[in-house]
Design a protein around this ligand. Structure first.
Ligand code: SF4
Length: 424
């Protein structure tokens, strides 16, 4: 007997919650209309699961795995807790408790994967909106250094920004503008493509601010900028009534990402004095925003938080997970639902490989493969319910179309926290 149940996809920051799954006696049979990324995410979690616990490559029981993990983390001088973007709010709260119990440094993978927008928002604030508002109101939408067609495949469709959606929009003429160094798949969908070298993001954003404010500009100082296109964009955003800038890691990630994120937030703030202009960071991990929200609720800071002195302190350059590893300061790591082997710089990975690590992740990642202790809970969104914060900050419930005997991430982390608090 088969039944159709509603499911939420946790494959990316869109957290699509209008999908349906057909579940039969043999388990998940098929899904309605996910994208290729979502299909891969469901298939990976629904069809196989790593052993519930492995210690130095040997399969073990969960209790034994938790004991071994507690021994590693409880004995460390400065453990790093890293990741969190693909787990639930409930598990993220427990991770903060673990960091507090062991005096560790806690850093979500978000800044390394999606850029520093969350940190910049705490500094200068943000004019933002839900995806629903962008879909219904934004006449001009700029996608700045992100390729959502490839990274978050349903986003343009959900926002009515694909060609058919723009033509059918009831608010009048609607335009999609892409700013990037080269023509991406999203640029092929756009009405206007502005070619801008990556190193000129900050200058271009500052020019938009100056144009909006009518400040004098000396063009000879930045001849490489596409002046005509920027003037047209500034005028369009000034006149659009409602506009939006969706930006990605290409803008707010890497070495200059923090400054670029500040430049974008300030430019949008200036533009929003004449029209309602908002910005939303495109997040690849389903709950990257939730990780920053939970940290901010519980510690006052969205990322890079140290409990080494038993109270929370944040210093993004100092307590950034990759920086802490690259300096060789962390002597153990707890990686939660993340694969730093896939995105961290080499210097950080070299140190991570040399220290004992514990991975809590339902996926069989290279990081889990290399860990001293790997714990594989039941995957949220397939076997366990939970809550995530979509890329625009809206809470979305994950459903559990299948049953599993093994516990979920929050339960595994709670077992670890309990052992660590007993030790301390
Ligand atoms: S866009 Fe993202 S959340 Fe939506 S179905 Fe695709 S992978 Fe899943």
């Amino acid at each position: 007997v088969s039944e159709t149940v509603e499911v939420t996809c946790a494959g990316c920051g869109c957290a699509c919650d209008e999908l349906e799954a057909v579940v039969g006696d043999g388990g998940l049979e098929r899904l309605t209309s996910p994208c290729p990324l979502g299909e891969a995410w469901f298939t990976e979690h629904a069809e196989s699961a790593p052993p519930v616990a492995r210690i130095e490559g040997r399969e073990a029981g969960l209790e034994e795995g938790l004991d071994a993990a507690a021994e590693i983390l409880g004995g460390a001088r400065l453990p790093l807790i890293y990741g969190l973007g693909r787990t639930t709010i409930e598990a993220q709260r427990t991770a903060v408790g673990i960091a507090e119990a062991i005096g560790g440094v806690l850093d979500p993978a978000g800044p390394a994967l999606d850029g520093s927008a969350g940190l910049a928002i705490q500094t200068v604030g943000v004019s933002t909106a839900t995806l629903g508002e962008v879909r219904d109101r934004s006449r001009t939408v700029v996608v700045w250094r992100e390729d959502p067609v490839r990274t978050v495949p349903r986003l343009l469709g959900l926002l009515g920004l694909d060609r058919a959606g723009r033509e059918a929009w009831e608010g009048g003429e609607r335009r999609l503008v892409v700013v990037d160094a080269e023509r991406t798949a999203t640029a092929e969908e756009a009405d206007t493509f502005i070619e801008l070298p990556a190193e000129l993001d900050f200058e271009a954003l500052w020019v938009l601010r100056a144009l909006e404010k009518g400040a004098p500009l000396v063009r000879e100082h930045a001849e490489a900028l596409p002046w005509a296109a920027l003037e047209q964009l500034a005028a369009e955003l000034h006149d659009c009534t409602h506009g939006a800038v969706l930006h990605g890691f290409g803008l707010s990630g890497g070495a200059g990402g923090w400054v670029n994120a500040l430049g974008l937030l300030l430019a949008v703030r200036d533009l929003s004095r004449s029209a309602h202009v908002v910005t939303v960071a495109v997040r690849k991990e389903v709950n990257a925003v939730g990780a920053e929200d939970v940290l901010a609720w519980q510690t006052g800071y969205p990322a890079a938080v140290s409990f080494a002195r038993r109270f929370p302190r944040s210093s993004p350059g100092e307590f950034n997970g990759a920086a802490l590893l690259a300096r060789g300061e962390a002597d153990a790591a707890l990686v939660i639902a993340s694969d730093p082997f896939g995105h961290m710089p080499d210097a950080a990975l070299e140190h991570l490989r040399g220290i004992p690590s514990v991975v809590v992740d339902p996926s069989a990642t290279p990081t889990a493969e290399a860990a001293r202790v790997a714990l594989a809970p039941a995957a949220p969104g397939v076997y366990r319910e939970g809550t995530v914060h979509r890329m625009d900050g809206v809470p979305v419930p994950l459903r559990a179309p299948r049953e599993a005997a093994r516990p979920g991430e929050d339960e595994v982390l709670a077992g670890l926290e309990e052992r660590l608090r007993r030790q301390s």
